[in-house]
Design a protein around this ligand. Structure first.
Ligand SMILES: *Cc1c(COP(=O)(O)O)cnc(C)c1O
Length: 417
């Protein structure tokens, strides 16, 4: 593989040619809102599992943009579709129809066994949209008194950053200073079935849950928990919404993480890898006709369902299947996890995960996951801590066993020193 960035065309006279890492960081600090604290690496190019910084250093990307880049950076087929479609038609708005939307619907329904689709842009918008849909369903179909609908959500959840969504977060920083919040949510402990059962009332319209809590620290619920929740929803006439924005599309070794649990959600949210990192697109997938409550004018989005997004997503989904990336995640995830668990480090408390969604939890006195991420960066691995003490390993699903071995050598070194 060519890993020399200087062989890439760059316009002469481009100020970027003379800028250093420190210069780029200074610009961001001077003009940007400070709502992130990134690792100090300035990336300029990506290909497959690799990214390069402006100094020409190469890194294995173990975050995959929070699992948006499952297909690998700049996948040639997805990029080709992006360029071709960009020259043909990019945006019509939903005031008119376009020739990509219906095909996108049909293909995604085929892949996920769904019946109806609502296309949006970001993950948070998919969550907002599903909240609207289940509330309306509650009033129109279930017969909940107007204004009384309740949605059950879980401690340690992550569903995005809008006001309504952070209103039911249990992460203090996500909420601090943003009140007042949207009412109508009940928060129960994740993984405690009795608590969910007790929280259901006649006004409960939906349960919104991540099959594995990603931002929460790669938390897998106890065996049988999700199937009991499914049965509860059936019994009580409650809609089961799975937020698979991070777990979906092959990350856990299945197309959807619900398959590990042997259940089928009524509504499934996907985003992130739906475009392979090439364009923002998300979707609400419906297995029952909950989405059928929307009438023309009830909901909308200017960019939602645009032909560029749909074309890109169609190719990104095709790549997942054609390149057997889901199988690769299922095969290599357990290997990666086993090898990580075999590292004899005094710092590691637990290794857990499914497929290539892996968390390494460190002991609180290990010095913090961020510190290990900095050390991994210096050795050519880009990882992101989640919470104080968990390092997440979620490389693009195009990774090979040799690449994992390359990563393991470095992870072992860092965890042992
Ligand atoms: C990332 C994420 C979201 C929010 O997606 P955005 O595109 O950042 O709005 C929602 N739910 C889960 C589980 C996520 O991981």
């Amino acid at each position: 593989m060519d890993n020399n960035p200087s062989s890439f065309p760059s316009k002469t006279g481009d100020p970027a040619m003379t800028m250093t890492t420190a210069d780029y960081i200074r610009l961001e600090e001077e003009y940007g809102a400070r709502n992130y604290q990134p690792l100090d690496v300035v990336l300029t190019r990506g290909q497959g599992i690799w990214v390069w910084d402006v100094e020409g250093n190469r890194y294995l990307d173990c975050l995959s943009a929070y699992s948006a880049v499952n297909q690998g950076h700049c996948h040639p087929k997805i990029v080709e579709t992006l360029m071709t479609q960009a020259q043909r038609l990019t945006l019509t708005s939903r005031a008119f129809r376009n020739d990509q939307l219906g095909l996108f619907y049909k293909e995604i329904c085929g892949l996920t066994d769904s019946h109806m689709v609502l296309p949006m842009n970001s993950g948070a918008e998919a969550v907002e949209s599903v909240i609207k849909a289940v509330r309306k369903w509650g009033y129109r179909v279930k017969g909940v008194p107007e204004g009384q609908a309740e949605i059950i959500v879980f401690s340690n959840n992550f569903h995005g950053r809008t006001i309504t969504i952070v209103g039911f977060s249990t992460e203090e920083q996500y909420r601090d200073g943003y009140s007042p919040f949207t009412p109508g949510f009940r928060i129960v402990p994740f993984g405690d079935y009795a608590a969910v059962e007790q929280a259901v009332t006649p006004n409960t319209v939906a349960i919104l849950i991540e099959p594995i809590q990603g931002e929460g620290g790669i938390i897998i619920p106890p065996a049988g928990y999700m199937s009991k929740a499914r049965a509860l929803c059936d019994r009580e006439g409650v809609v089961l919404i799975l937020d698979e924005i991070q777990t979906g599309l092959g990350r856990t070794g299945k197309m959807l993480a619900e398959e590990h649990e042997g259940i089928v959600a009524d509504l499934t949210l996907i985003g992130k890898a739906l475009s392979g990192g090439c364009y923002p697109i998300s979707a609400v997938l419906s297995n029952k006709a909950v989405l059928g409550v929307f009438q023309p004018g009830d909901h909308g989005s200017t960019y939602g369902g645009n032909p560029l997004a749909c074309a890109v997503a169609r190719t990104a989904m095709r790549v997942l299947v054609e390149e057997d990336l889901i199988g690769n995640s299922a095969r290599l995830g357990p290997y990666f996890m086993e090898q990580l668990a075999g590292i004899k480090s005094p710092h590691v408390k637990e290794v857990r995960g499914r497929g290539l969604m892996i968390g390494v939890e460190l002991y609180p006195d290990a010095g913090g996951a961020r510190h290990f991420c900095e050390k991994l960066k210096a050795r050519g691995l880009l990882c992101k801590e989640t919470h104080e003490n968990i390092i997440r390993f979620a490389p693009p699903l195009v990774i090979t066993k040799d690449d994992i071995d390359w990563a393991l050598e470095r992870i072992e070194y860092v965890l042992k020193t």
